[in-house]
Structures are given as structure tokens and as C-alpha cells.
Ligand binder design. Structure first.
Ligand code: FRU
Length: 501
């Protein structure tokens, strides 16, 4: 039987470039009412190639407008990942008139017969990121001994009015300090003997987060490190995090960081970092990731564009009743302002849910489910009756899962098909303290599924490539050991599109 594969997988409310290849989000910064999202971009092909920085802006983190390319390769190399900051106090001397943006990125230089060289460089903009000037003194930071030396993330460290850079070096990260973004001195190196070393370390980030249910002033520093795909793990590329303290020189991990912790338990959330310069009055730590996996990213069946970002998420740090800390991801609240309700059912029976969902034909939506913590449930989304993506909770095993084994086109890569799992019961203490019922927020958008369980305690992000007409949404099963007639509350929302016609 031949599959009829649909080719319009470009999300309605996720950012993807109109054409060409995209990978990591870069230079996310907020200035004058605009969220900037730059990205690793190959405009002349649908696979990874000479890297540029593409550019998009949004005023609500949901609807993105693509702008012309921000940074193109030059005599020092192609433009790898990096960050951007607002230089409020003209520390660089680039902004005598008014504050502007500085991008700090990796120049990647590959010459036949020579060792790859990666160094850190600057560019600046006086017009809200519309045009950029590369700094004449580039590169500003080189390292002769480190072949993989990339993805600088810079933040302002108020205690000593400095800039701190975190940058990866092979399978560690290094921290540097500067007072003007131009001269840098090394502070420390972190990563040996701790964390996952399944692949090269990439796209680091470090930032403080308050413990949102902790003592007043209780905070920790979070370090994100993405781990490249060396072909040795089933998962491919993925992102780990550490919780600890930063004393201005060293990152000191908490004891619990000896155990590897993953940010996302799906396959397709990589290279994500957080926004810079979010106003203090807002105070959120906002995050976005690249929704793909290096294992198969170059082969996904999307046509003239390839690569999408996750929805924007807020990161929170929570303490369980046993004292353990966990990083949570929740969809940004702006998504609630961009949706309208298609269906609402309170405490409905299985039959009522099935009857209400039967006529729906949807490819881009949010499904919100509330059920008892003792209930197991299986949903099908993007289903044509034969091919479907299954999202389930196994209350007995304490797991959340996405099964994309028969989801449409899975044959484009041997490692794509599969069932992925996240543990729901690990932080049982936190669950019993904060959650009486189980809540699932499921974001479906043509070629992707993102599941946020229990207020962001378990999160899974997976790409899928459904068949043409796979628009059904249904409750496949629901059972509860403690209740013969389980009830479920269900809401379905249309999320307004960010795509220009
Ligand atoms: C991560 C990464 C970065 C690098 C960029 C190149 O996905 O490998 O380390 O800067 O992509 O496009």
C-alpha cells in the first residue's frame, strides 16, 4: 500500500523559515517591544550548509515575521551560533548616541587540509537588528588548543558590572569575563567528570532562577548544555541541565547534578537557550529550542524549507516536598491570548468525549486534558484512522509517552519511528504537593507534537510527518483502577496562525 504523504508540514503557529534550512535559535534578545529570534540559516539549500544568521521578530512570542538575513559569511568564516545583548551603558563604545544590539557569535573557518578554526566575534546594530556592522577587530576571542570552541552566550553580571561569556570547548564549557565585550579573560572550566559526554557539548546557557515555591530570595543558577549526536545513544542530540551556584568565577553544581538530567524527553528539542534583556517587570526566563535532532535533521521530508522552532516556553525552578529541585518548562502565557475555544467538556464520560471529538478535523491546535492521577489514557492526534501519533499516560507505570511508530512518513530515516517515554512518578513528592489531578497540554501543529504534563514537570517534543488528511483527534482509551467510569475534562483550542498567506 502506498502512503499519500502530505507535504505541508510547516507549522501554523511555530516559526520556520519560508525557504531554506534552519537549525539553532541564536541571539534571542528583547528590545523596544520586539522579541528577536535569529537562527542558523542556510538560505541556498534545504540541508545544512554555509551558515548565516536568519532573523525574525515578534511582539508576542507566537506570531513571527521573517526579516532579511542579519549576518552572512565573510573572510573569517561562516557564522555559527551565538547570542545577543543590549549594550545599555555603551561599554563597547559602539553606541555613543543610544543603546543598541551586540551579537556575539562563532566564526567557523574550514580550509582544505587545515584544522578547523572556531573563534568568537562581534557585530553591532544601531537600528533594532535591521542592519549589522561586523566589528573591525574580529575575532575577539581565539583559542589555539580547542578545535570545538563555539556558541558563546553572554550575559550581564551585575555584582561586578561585567559581561560573562559561557562557550563550549569540546566536552566542557569555559567561562570568560569582559568589561567591554572586546577583551576577554578566562575564569574557569566546567564539565569534566560530570554530566553526559555522549557527544560534543554545544549551545550552553547559564542564568539565575528563583526557586518559585522556595524561601523569598532562594535561587540557583541553571546551566543548559546541548549534547551533539555521536551516534552512540538511541536519543541522538539532546539537552541536559545542571543546577548549582555561580560565584562570579566558578559554576558549582549541586550534589544532585551528579545525576544526568534532561530538559525534554522527546527527540526534537535541541540547542535551545534563553532570551536576553527581558525587562525586570516581566522577569520571566524565556526559552525556545530547535525542533529537530541531528540524527535525521537533514533528511526530514519537508520540501523547500527545513527546520522549525518549538513554541516559546518559560523556565521555572521548583522544589519538591523532598527538597529536590527540578526545571519546569511551561508554554508562554501569550499562547493563551492567541487561541480561541472550539470545544469545552467538563467531567465528561468517555462516550461524551468521543462523540464531541468525532466531527473535528484539525491539524493545528491545543488540546487540554484534565483527569485523575490514577487514570491511564491514550489519545490519537493527526490520525487518518490507520496512521496516527499516539499520546498516552500509563498511570500504573507512571509514564507519559508519544508513539510515532505509525505516524505517517517514518521511513525517511531508520531511527525516526519509535515510542518515547518520560517518567511521571519520579517527582511524586512534588506531584502530591502541588497536583491533585493530572493535566496535559498538547500542542499539535501539522508536523509536531509538544506535550506538557503536570505543569511542565514532564515535557516531550516530537516531530511527526502525517499522511494527507490525517486530521482526526480522538480518545482511544481511558481506564482508572479506582474508578470504573472515569471522567475527563477536555478543551480544544484553535491557535491563531502566524503564517502570512
Ligand atoms: C548545534 C550546532 C552548534 C553550531 C551550529 C552550526 O546544533 O552544531 O554547535 O554553532 O550548530 O550550525
Amino acid at each position: 500500500m502506498s502512503l499519500q504523504i502530505q507535504h505541508d508540514y510547516r507549522g501554523a503557529y511555530h516559526f520556520s523559515p519560508a525557504r531554506g534550512w534552519m537549525n539553532d535559535p541564536n541571539g534571542m534578545v528583547y528590545l523596544d517591544g520586539e522579541y528577536h529570534l535569529f537562527f542558523q540559516y542556510h538560505p541556498f539549500g534545504e540541508t545544512w550548509g554555509p551558515m548565516h544568521w536568519g532573523h525574525a521578530v515578534s511582539d508576542n512570542l507566537v506570531h513571527w515575521r521573517e526579516l532579511p538575513i542579519a549576518l552572512a559569511p565573510d573572510e573569517l568564516g561562516t557564522i555559527f551560533s551565538g547570542s545577543a545583548v543590549v549594550d545599555w551603558h555603551n561599554t563597547t563604545g559602539f553606541f555613543p548616541e543610544q543603546p543598541g544590539l551586540v551579537a556575539i557569535f562563532t566564526h567557523h573557518d574550514e580550509q582544505p587540509g587545515q584544522m578547523v578554526r572556531q573563534s568568537q566575534s562581534l557585530a553591532y546594530s544601531h537600528d533594532r537588528g535591521r542592519t549589522w556592522q561586523k566589528y573591525a577587530g574580529n575575532p575577539v576571542l581565539t583559542c589555539e588548543t580547542r578545535p570545538d570552541f563555539r556558541d558563546p552566550k553572554v550575559f550581564r553580571y551585575e555584582p561586578d558590572n561585567s559581561w560573562i561569556m559561557i562557550v563550549t570547548c569540546g566536552q566542557t564549557v569555559a567561562l570568560y569575563r569582559s568589561f567591554n565585550l572586546l577583551q576577554w579573560s578566562e575564569l574557569s572550566v566546567f564539565g569534566e567528570g560530570i554530566g553526559s559526554h555522549d557527544g560534543v557539548w554545544e549551545c550552553p546557557d547559564i542564568f539565575p532562577l528563583p526557586v518559585h515555591n522556595g524561601e523569598p530570595d532562594e535561587q540557583r543558577w541553571i546551566m543548559l548544555v546541548s549534547i551533539g549526536d555521536a551516534g552512540t545513544s538511541a536519543e541522538g542530540s539532546r539537552t541536559q541541565y545542571f543546577i548549582g551556584q555561580f560565584d562570579g568565577t566558578h559554576f558549582i553544581p549541586d550534589e544532585a547534578s551528579q545525576q544526568v538530567r534532561w530538559l525534554d524527553h522527546g527527540r526534537d528539542n535541541y540547542a535551545g537557550v534563553s532570551w536576553s534583556d527581558i525587562p525586570a517587570a516581566d522577569g520571566r526566563r524565556l526559552y525556545i529550542g530547535w525542533m529537530s535532532n541531528w540524527r535525521y535533521a537533514n533528511t526530514t521530508p519537508t520540501g523547500s524549507w527545513r527546520g522549525a522552532m518549538t513554541i516559546a516556553r518559560e523556565l521555572l525552578l521548583e522544589k519538591g516536598v523532598d527538597g529536590s529541585l527540578q526545571l519546569l518548562q511551561i508554554p508562554v502565557s501569550e499562547l493563551e491570548q492567541c487561541r480561541h475555544s472550539l470545544l469545552q467538556l467538563e467531567q465528561a464520560t468517555l462516550e461524551q468525549v468521543r462523540t464531541a471529538l468525532a466531527p473535528l478535523r484539525l491539524r493545528s491546535y491545543e488540546l487540554h486534558v484534565v483527569l485523575s492521577t490514577t487514570a491511564s489514557v491514550e489519545w490519537e492526534v493527526l490520525s487518518d484512522g490507520q496512521h496516527r501519533t499516539v499520546i498516552g499516560v500509563d498511570a500504573v507505570a507512571g509514564t507519559l509517552y508519544i508513539d510515532r511508530t505509525v505516524s505517517g512518513d517514518e521511513v525517511f530515516h531508520d531511527h525516526f519511528a519509535g515510542r518515547h517515554e518520560a517518567v511521571l512518578s519520579a517527582n511524586e513528592a512534588a506531584l502530591s504537593a502541588h497536583v491533585q489531578v493530572r493535566e496535559l497540554r498538547i500542542f499539535v501543529d501539522r508536523g509536531s507534537v509538544e506535550v506538557f504534563a503536570d505543569g511542565g514537570r514532564a515535557v516531550m517534543t516530537d516531530l511527526v510527518f502525517p499522511t494527507a488528511g490525517a486530521e482526526r483527534l480522538g480518545l482511544m482509551s481511558c481506564s482508572d483502577e479506582q474508578n470504573e467510569k472515569p471522567r475527563i475534562s477536555v478543551a480544544v483550542y484553535d491557535v491563531s496562525t502566524s503564517r502570512q498567506a
